[in-house]
Design a protein around this ligand. Structure first.
Ligand code: LIP
Length: 271
């Protein structure tokens, strides 16, 4: 039986409560794919409804904590040390297209450090959760990162920029380097679940730039508590501020990090 803190239980309960409506909305979106109007407005309202429930539940339990939310922005709390960092639907484009790969992500930040995280994937009822010093779990199962030690046996996930999002040439250089040295690259469309899958050992690592703090705040502590490493592209801990992440198991973080560094020297590949 896992012993969880009251705060982690609050986070998990809030995610489950918000997911009930989200799953219902996802069923609607699947139907809307064929409608001329399309589901865009519907997804926006699903985003807002989910975030509202999360905020209500977390504020009820910890009224002094602040917020940083994808839709609602920043809310200062009377407790300046603690802040919830929330993405109500990470994998929004998947959700919009009826692709069943998205998650609710909640990170708890204390004095600038993420100390607890919940990433809940409601379609398959996968509750990834962790708090600093207490391990990482998928539902009741303890997580450990992959034991693979060779790059040529490893697969890595990433995000791919698209129209209107910068970094196309740098991504192509990154992908070329990782393709040439690994067993493959995956692009699933949710940073929170990419980090959760690294923690679960489903792939060996994940890198991405141009992302938001709320995309990764819930997943960072999952990887660390499962025995992996998470840094920014300079090998530091400023992932949230820089909007970039390099996460991998303990054996392959350095090789992946070094590979990405090698295609960033001399200024990298600006668009
Ligand atoms: C998404 C990230 C994903 C990235 C997408 C998008 P959203 O967040 O989780 O890793 O590749 O472009 O930013 O917008 O679904 O919350």
């Amino acid at each position: 039986m896992i012993t969880r803190s009251a705060t982690l239980n609050v986070m998990m309960s809030a995610a489950r409560k918000a997911a009930r409506g989200l799953i219902r909305d996802f069923g609607e979106v699947e139907q809307l794919q064929v409608s001329l109007k399309g589901p865009s407005d519907f997804v926006s309202s699903a985003d807002l409804k989910t975030e509202k429930i999360l905020r209500q539940e977390l504020q009820k339990a910890r009224p002094a904590f602040g917020f940083l939310m994808e839709e609602g922005g920043r809310i200062e709390g009377s407790d300046a040390s603690h802040r919830w960092i929330i993405d109500p639907i990470d994998g929004t484009t998947n959700f919009l297209h009826g692709i069943p790969h998205f998650a609710i992500s909640i990170g708890l930040e204390r004095d600038g450090e993420i100390i607890a995280g919940v990433v809940y994937e409601p379609v398959h009822d996968e509750m990834f959760h962790a708090e600093k010093g207490a391990g990482a779990y998928l539902n009741e199962h303890r997580l450990r990162v992959s034991a693979r030690r060779r790059m040529d046996e490893a697969i890595f996930a990433t995000g791919i920029p698209y129209k209107g999002r910068p970094g196309h040439r740098q991504f192509l250089a990154d992908a070329e380097a990782v393709m040439a040295n690994s067993a493959g690259i995956r692009r699933f469309g949710s940073a929170a679940l990419d980090l959760a899958y690294v923690a679960a050992g489903r792939y060996e690592g994940y890198w991405e730039s141009g992302i938001k703090a709320w995309d990764i705040a819930g997943g960072i502590v999952l990887v660390r508590e499962a025995g992996g490493y998470v840094t920014d592209f300079d090998g530091q801990g400023d992932m949230l501020q820089k909007g970039e992440v390099v996460a991998a198991n303990d054996q392959l973080h350095r090789p992946l990090f070094s590979l990405l560094q090698s295609v960033r020297k001399d200024g990298g590949h600006p668009d």
